[in-house]
Design a protein around this ligand. Structure first.
Ligand code: FNR
Length: 414
């Protein structure tokens, strides 16, 4: 309401209210490397396009004269209360966009009262980002390391700093084929960005120390000057932290060790089945696209799934995430918790995804564009714009609450 009123009264917002202009303006503020990493997709970008095109295949059918004066957008997902069915997706290496990215995103999310899913590839230790969330709930997203004790350490830290759910991302056991980053030679992790969860982890640093004492065996990934610079800047931000006591070989060993163990290409259902016994938090699996995987996830004891193709960043030429949502909801029934991301840009998109069976939606790139344009305040404005449009869409379509957003309000495009 407020967003709309200000615009109608002639106030120009710092952050554009439409997705295309938001992207254009953000691009101008970002380095070539940041733009390639954030906006880029896998391969030729077909999956990125499919994600958007899928929204065009559905149309809302507004109903009139429902007397919908106010809309109730509230919901609850696995014990986390939401004022609107929107959360911020986990994003790694955000410091490419703006220094102290995680803390700024957390502040923006908290200002909008929107939960943020802290990334395992974050640029500040989760404890610090957690503090910036204040009283707004947050979840933690885990990449399953090849070191099981590191998995437990990260889960334990997430519990201790107050995460309300654990999201395990399944689709990034290896980084996808990303020509735009590769061509620029700018993959952030090889440069040491997005490794703060690790360098702040006692178990990780034990492994680094062990390895820095051993002579290197076999070929080692290159560690660039950029990586060392990032580590030095982490050390400055966290005086007395892990780097304080280290000898000069260890920062290099930290980046190398990270590249070796951050994710497990051999991740299987057997790993997932151990998870229930390792945390008291609700568990969601992110990156599910096949209905059979969705069913199996639920029978493996997880509490919810996130239908996602990682914003088209992992596998090129996959199905659109929205098409997967329809099939997955159909397969798991109405009771299961199913969240959705990949391609959401507007409030109308959220309305559509909710009508097709999502219990809530995650915003990925848009909040990073807000971050690029105006820091924490930009993140807040992006969220508020999406929620304001969702609210108007519902009101004008005769929908009073989220339960009324069902396939009945949609038609396939002719
Ligand atoms: C991501 N995504 C992601 N997912 C995850 O589980 N852990 C992570 O660390 C990251 N990192 C990341 C960085 C950047 C720059 C982007 C754009 C995305 C994927 C993210 O959580 C989400 O699935 C997609 O961004 C959703 O698609 P849209 O909204 O960007 O189209």
């Amino acid at each position: 309401g407020i967003v709309y009123r200000q615009g109608a009264l002639g106030r120009r917002p710092a952050v554009p209210t439409d997705a295309a202009e938001l992207e254009r303006r953000a691009r101008r503020r970002m380095s070539a490397a940041a733009w390639a990493y954030v906006a880029g997709g896998a391969g030729e970008g077909a999956t990125v396009r499919h994600n958007r095109a899928a929204f065009d295949r559905w149309r809302l059918v507004p109903r009139m004269l429902h007397g919908v004066t106010t809309r109730d957008l509230r919901t609850e997902v696995l014990g986390t209360r939401l004022d609107a069915p929107v959360l911020l997706a986990p994003v790694g290496a955000g410091a490419l966009v703006r220094r102290d990215s995680d803390v700024l995103i957390a502040r923006g999310a908290a200002a909008a009262g929107t939960p943020y899913i802290l990334s395992n590839q974050g640029c500040s230790p989760m404890e610090r980002t957690a503090r910036a969330m204040g009283r707004t709930p947050f979840w933690y997203q885990l990449y399953w390391s090849t070191d099981e004790r590191l998995v437990d350490s990260l889960i334990g830290r997430a519990e201790a700093c107050g995460a309300q759910a654990l999201v395990v991302t399944l689709d990034t056991t290896m980084l996808g084929w990303r020509p735009q980053d590769l061509n620029l030679g700018s993959l952030p992790f090889a440069r040491g960005q997005g490794i703060a969860q690790y360098t702040s982890d006692p178990r990780f640093m034990e492994i680094v120390r062990e390895r820095s004492q051993q002579p290197a065996t076999g070929p080692r990934p290159p560690v660039t000057l950029g990586a060392l610079r990032t580590l030095v800047s982490i050390a400055r931000e966290h005086p007395g932290g892990f780097l304080a006591n280290l000898r000069s070989r260890e920062p290099r060993a930290a980046v190398e060790t990270f590249l070796d163990i951050y994710s497990n290409p051999g991740l299987s259902w057997a790993h997932i089945e151990t998870l229930r016994g390792r945390t008291r938090l609700p568990i969601l699996l992110k990156g599910i696209l096949h209905p059979a995987d969705a069913r199996r996830a639920l029978s493996a004891g997880v509490d919810g799934i996130i239908v996602s193709n990682h914003g088209g960043r992992q596998v090129d030429r996959t199905i659109a995430a929205l098409d997967a949502l329809v099939q997955v909801r159909d397969a798991v029934g109405t009771a299961a918790t199913v969240l959705f991301d990949s391609g959401i840009r507007t409030g109308a998109d959220v309305a559509l995804a909710m009508a097709l069976g999502a219990d809530a939606c995650l915003l990925g790139r848009p909040h990073l564009y807000g971050l690029a344009l105006a820091g924490a305040d930009g993140v807040r404005q992006v969220i508020e714009n999406v929620v304001a449009e969702l609210d108007l869409t519902m009101g004008l379509a005769g929908v009073a609450n989220l339960a009324e957003l069902t396939p009945a309000v949609l038609q396939p495009a002719p």
